[in-house]
Design a protein around this ligand. Sequence first.
Ligand code: V47
Length: 423
Amino acid sequence: MPTTATEITSPPRRSDAGDPLGEIREKVRAGRRLSLEDGRALFATPDVWGVCALAHLVRDRLHGPIAYYNINRHFNYTNVCALSCAFCEFHRKRGQDGAYERSIEDARAEAARARDAGATEIHIVGGLHPYLPFEYYPDMLRAIADEAPALHIKAFTAVEIVHLAKIARRFRSSDRAEGIRWVLERLREAGLGSLPGGGAEVFDDRVHDEAFKGKIRSDVWLDVHRVAHELGLNTNATMLYGHIESAEDRLIHMDLLRRAQDEALGRLGYEPDAEGAVTLTRAGVAAPAPADSARGGFFQTIIPLPFIPDGSALEALPGPAGLENLRTLAVSRLMLDNVPHVKAFWIMQSLPMAQLMLRAGADDLDGTVVWYDITKVGGASTHQETTVWDLQRAIRQAGFEPVERDTLYRRVERTGAEWRVVG
Ligand code: V47
């Protein structure tokens, strides 16, 4: 398990000065892994559209004319959090104005509403609540699974999983994996289907200490996902960019994720190339089949999240602008050659930007969402919903065929609120 990224020490030095992307284009065409130096060139070039076009090439090879969307609901069970991360405007202390805790019955009622609206997934995350007992969490999942058995439960970031291991008194720094496994097994028995990608932020200790001190560090985040993969659970990965990190930090983040994915795919029987890389963009290599949770165990999607300053302690920062968002997503597609999907999360990107991203490496627009508490752009309320029609229109206008997926990227066929997985 890697705990440190490849050192980046040498200055940029490329032979193709006339066409800075020429050598990278050849590698991309051949399905070869890009180096960190290539990544640095992708961030440095003024030719953002050239970077997007390269990412599109990869996206086209993996997914052709298809762009995915899903019908989902988010449920935030509490915003009470023991931490006070500088980038986050969601957290409250207990008793503070706006602090809330949802009951198990609230979760059950949300599951019923999601089921009745035809959602295939409920995405659950919350703050690190200092007083809720461990049993609250499996009980919540059991209530949801009982109320809406077909609803996939994607729940709890790696940060919450470690918090649960601590409150269950199972977390020992001498053997982190044991406590993490214990928690994940209990949650899976209660109905957990997969882990969302949150809490990764950016895997750098300096940034960690300034913007989210107290949260788990990268090695622990990666441990949680490794153990989840070993148990056959699929997971996602995020990267929060555009705050106090550098382009170099983003590349190291991507590098650590792709090493972890090489290991996950290795466990699933993929053969690495001579350099130890498992690229899904090489000719003749198929992406892992849409899995049920018994055959899963890898990162499904990378979700670059642009920092939204509004209401956070870092509010004075401008946040990333449009071209930076496009470039970062495109570089993620290019560097993470072993992650099948790239998601444009429209809540944070905006739907018009997410639509452009379909031409810059993204193949997935998540989702109908409905209620979202973590970020609110420009004073938006927690009601942040888009319709299936809007998602389909955005996809069609970008020149792709909209395909509804479930959480595990299997095709969904539906008539109204009735749906079934078809492949
Ligand atoms: O971990 C918090 C981020 C994440 C801010 O797995 C912020 O399918 C921007 O992980 N500006 C939670 N971002 C969201 C998340 C997610 C979203 C959609 C799909 C999936 C998936 C996962 O939101 C947190 C944090 O990185 N976040 N505050 C902010 N001010």
